[in-house]
Design a binder for this molecule. Sequence first.
Ligand code: UN1
Length: 485
Amino acid sequence: MAILGAKKFQNYIDGEWVDAASGGTFESTSPANGETIGVFPKSGLEDVDHAVAAAKAAYEEWRLVPAPKRGEVLFRFAQLLAEHKDDVTELMTHEMGKVRAEAAGDVQEAIDMAFYMGGEGRRLFGQTTPSELRDKFQMSVRMPVGVVGAITPWNFPIAIPAWKVAPALAYGNCVILKPADLVPGSAWALAEIIARSGIPAGAFSLVMGRGSVIGDALVRHSGVHAISFTGSVDVGRRIAEACVQGQKKVQLEMGGKNPQVVLDDADLGKAVELSVQSAFYATGQRCTAASRLIVTEGIYPKFVEAIKTRMAKLTVGDALAAGTDIGPVSSQSQLEQDLSYIEIGQKEGATLVAGGERLKRATEGFYMAPALFTDAAVSMRINREEIFGPVASVIRVKDYDAALATANDTAFGLSAGIATTSLKHATHFKRHCQAGMVMVNLPTAGVDYHVPFGGRKGSSYGPREQGRYAQEFFTVVKTTYTDPN
Ligand code: UN1
């Protein structure tokens, strides 16, 4: 598969590779050096209509394909993706700057998800319950929802589309993928592989372009029955409103401002390592990243010294080179946002103790030194707004109770971590912190693809993603009765 080196790319609609109806295009460029990744169709309303009509037609057949057979398509998709893992990994690294090991992990997550969801074809369990009446037999079964729109972000360019597309197809839906316009090349590679997996025309389509145009069109289209979205809070809210208006199912994964608590009794080395990983790996561009390091006062001075020492050893640079820990920020606008928060933090009175500056490397890329603030209060904007970059702050608190209160003092609630050797505090934290995912002595990121993924408060809305829980969103339950006489 000539992924790298191909320069012109098309949408995949109704089993065909096609240009945007308008003929419009846009470019994707590398954040490491500005090189063009490729030229992609800038789709419009006509293209969305085309994909929805194809999905609607395909649905009548696809929903009747026995679920184990639908699963076989996903197994083939998983196998093909595994065969092309290196190519896709490299493409992703070029396109959005994730270091090679992380990009490989992103692709692997999609492979695993497709295998898992293929197996779901044989586990689409329903429920039977005795009726109150003698000859009345009850059976509740899971049916597909219909046509699903999947609107995906740039930070996990293969894994997140796969989280949505694989369960949608396994459970008998037809799906239209609208990837972030920063990573169309990765989405194209995914579509190229799905197209070769034996999927019927129309059951899966890829439409590329601006979210404000085609994302919006999908959300408002009367032929679309459900929207699964991962992205920003503002866009998520607008999508939710439109979906309620249109009575569509909706699932939103949005931002985080995740806390990493470190207690006096923590293993210092471990606490530092997992804080660095949570805050700065993947260039801080994960909704599961920890950006608020909440540290109790007994360990605070030692923790700050140790994390500064560890940060000084991070290698920022060429995402393809072995030994690089942190690649470039994914785009100019994201870099500008990250740097603006460095100024905001300083104006608010926090102390910048490490990083925060733009770095020069061999190529003109969006490189930035991971930044750490201390003397940061939870009320500061740097601790309330999602920055989505390599910027974290340390908040000093008196004790565990203050740490828990501070961890919960946020509009978000995706993931949360605690570093402690106290069973009592770890257990209490798991119970009382207001997050969808809680980690004890582990980084805040790194949730397996087969367990429920999602948050509370401003972070998520609707059913969880991944694993068996994906059924809640991608199926509807139908309750039936039979009198066999
Ligand atoms: C995200 O943070 O944007 O749990 C998604 C993880 C990955 C996915 C994270 N499986 O870190």
